[in-house]
Ligand binder design. Structure first.
Ligand SMILES: Nc1ncnc2c1ncn2[C@@H]1O[C@H](COP(=O)(O)OP(=O)(O)OP(=O)(O)O)[C@@H](O)[C@H]1O
Length: 326
């Protein structure tokens, strides 16, 4: 049994269809999640990525038991998070986008209050230490910075020693050190066997942290797999400048180049052979390739390409779905 199982999930918001043509608009409401399936194994870090409004939060809320699916099934630890909320809730930790705690309380009071309503709670001081707020216990919540509030939200999500942890944009507003600390903490939790599902807009974070990920676009999963698998679907890039007087047409045919003046970009799924051909050609012809760079695609490039494809006019319900077997 996987820790999280999602099968054919749809989530529709009731109400009138908003003005304009939106993917997902249908009679009697708006379908924010449109038949998605994925699973998260025990002890795995899984990232749900997507542009604003892609449906990530709508999905996570169903997993957290805050909303009922319009169609499909979800299971968390083998249980229905909505129908069996009383059983699931004590075994999960939730860090929402907006914590919304009473701002007059201090950090320590807030953590103690939370621990007071949690069975088998971690000592509040320990949870605050874990997120680096050990030195801020006497500060009122309203005086915390945005990043410190996110740390407090995370501490509260950890107080119940959750088996499954939901992190909705956990590092938004954190400085680079906070993001790095949070990444280390999440890795530490994984080492203890905690299953983590996170949403994030920081693609580098997802690339470094996630064992597997899914990219959502307009309510659907359009790419999924390990970060390497998702990135491997995208071409690598070689860039350089040709010396004046050397026309791009002289490049070997095996190197699929696009030139803008002297600047040349090669996009290829065969980086090593293309680079070898290019370098041999350059040596044989005595051509200097200025500013030569060769690199694999990044998750950010893969993501932007998917997002741009989704925004192209005429891009409707049917899209090329890139599924990578788990
Ligand atoms: N209560 C609601 N009623 C109607 N539509 C909603 C409601 N909540 C969200 N939506 C719509 O559902 C879609 C998905 O929203 P959701 O918040 O799940 O996206 P997201 O991927 O989490 O975005 P973000 O990255 O901005 O947090 C959006 O188009 C949003 O406007």
């Amino acid at each position: 049994m996987d820790a999280i199982e999602v099968e054919g999930l749809k989530r529709r918001y009731a109400g009138p269809v908003r003005a304009g043509r939106r993917a997902g608009a249908a009679e009697g409401g708006f379908e924010a999640v449109r038949d998605i399936s994925f699973s998260v194994r025990e002890g795995e870090i899984f990232a749900l990525l997507g542009t604003n409004g892609a449906g990530k939060t709508s999905t996570v809320e169903v997993l957290e038991g805050l909303a009922r699916p319009s169609a499909g099934t979800v299971r968390v630890l083998g249980l229905d998070p909505f129908g069996e909320r009383a059983l699931v809730r004590p075994r999960t930790g939730v860090m929402l986008q907006e914590g919304g705690f009473p701002s007059e309380l201090t950090v320590a009071e807030t953590a103690a209050m939370w621990a007071g309503v949690t069975s088998d709670a971690r000592p509040p001081g320990e949870a605050l230490e874990l997120v680096g707020l050990g030195g801020r216990t006497g500060v009122r919540v309203k005086q915390l910075s945005g990043g410190e509030r996110r740390r407090l939200d995370l501490a509260l999500a950890l107080i119940g020693r959750p088996e499954v942890l939901f992190l909705d944009e956990p590092t938004t507003g954190m400085d680079p050190e906070g993001r790095r600390d949070t990444a280390d903490l999440v890795r530490g939790l994984r080492a203890e066997g905690t299953t983590v599902l996170l949403t994030t807009h920081y693609l580098e974070e997802a690339e470094q942290l996630a064992d597997r990920l899914a990219i959502m676009q307009a309510g659907r999963i359009v790419a999924s797999g390990t970060p390497d698998q998702v990135v491997a679907q995208r071409p690598s890039r070689i860039t350089f400048r040709l010396p004046a007087g050397v026309a791009p047409e002289r490049l070997p045919l095996s190197v699929p180049a696009a030139a803008d003046g002297r600047s040349v970009t090669v996009k290829t799924h065969e980086l090593q052979p293309a680079l070898t051909d290019l370098l041999l050609w350059a040596r044989e012809n005595g051509v200097a390739l200025e500013g030569l760079q060769a690199r694999s695609a990044s998750l950010e490039e893969a993501f932007l390409e998917i997002a741009q494809a989704g925004n192209r006019p005429g891009h409707g319900d049917e899209r090329a779905v890139m599924e990578v077997p788990a």
